[in-house]
Unconditional design. Sequence first.
Length: 451
Amino acid sequence: MSSNPVAETVTSLMPRARAELAELVAFQSVADFDQYPKSESEGAANWIADALRAEGFTDVALLDTPDGTQSVYGYLPGPEGAKTVLLYAHYDVQPPLDEAGWTSPPFELTERDGRWYGRGAADCKGGLIMHLLALRALKADGGVPVNVKVIAEGSEEQGTGGLERYAEEHPELLTADTIVIGDTGNFRVGLPTVTSTLRGMTLVRVQVDTLEGNLHSGQFGGAAPDALAALIRVLDSLRAEDGSTTVDGLSGDSVWDGLAYEEEQFRKDAKVLDGVELIGSGTVADRIWARPAVTVLGIDCPPVAGATPSVQAAARALVSLRVPPGVDAGEATKLLQAHLEAHTPWGARVRTEQIGQGQAFRADTTSPAYRAMADAMAVAYPGQDMQYAGQGGSIPLCNTLAALYPQAEILLIGLSEPEAQIHALNESVSPEELERLSVAEALFLRNYAAR
């Protein structure tokens, strides 16, 4: 990174950043209070509120959102007449899954092989630290040249929409000229990237019932309808032979015209086992950024250990459907539910229930804010031009903000590059990426103010 006062300040602050990220990662802030104590999320929220107050933020508040979680808000006034920039991150995290599969404890930030490991290190507690680093670097070099609002969400991973509903009820709170969503990531380590599209998502629970109760498989198997077998068959109907998603009435042939994603690189990033084929058709970018994708997230049925020789009377599954820009998530939900009901065999009783939804998003990459970010990235990543990529994941808040503030420019950056393994075992963050993106964000704020 070329020498400049902002970059030098960020470098000097990295030990502090590591210590703060360790404190934040230590909170088990999974916003599923059946699994993790609500006090853990409240502790993380209070930590962020205290950090904002320490940086001179006013109007710091813990916002009680309609889904029972808290978002943290703060306002840092800039020079008179300055533009306003909203910086977003979320402090809730995915469950660690199988803690025994982690090389180090998931809620204990651990340095290994040049990376910092811990749940939320990249997604997205590291994003909050990135915002703090950028602001501290500017304060040390002449001051922050814009008004800054920070919003840290408490339930993004659950998709329960608490902050979206709160923003709709209090539209004046998050109004800004530009919004920086710190919850995506570079296409690969060292390649500066803004995310220009996000797929939307819907979550549907499907329940299949066939019998009043389980039956002995020797006495009744072969004629009695097995609910688990019926569920397996209906779930299989969601994929073509090549693995492509096939939901009746939902188009799956869109193409991506931006940054290419080579198959061998994708296999490496996804850690696909040797000899196992990729699924779907078209380019990798088509499949993960421009087309719908169904995933069975879980099935309720007897585990292998302790299973009895029984015909199952009931079974259920949780199905996720990612939908690309241009497809309404509500309409996709209806099509998915209709498909599941139409493909359930043997007259089995089937019920579907939507439990979460978020719309897809497409940014205007021709706006002045994107030019300001490109210039900033060129300094933070010498010799590299800023790239535009899609994101297979969903950030439902983006569409809410775009609808509430149509004049605002929205940029998406972050720390969740492929090596970060977000949502998986052994999530980690690259400290070099944290440093460079913090410099880029600081320089962006300065560039944007000057324009």
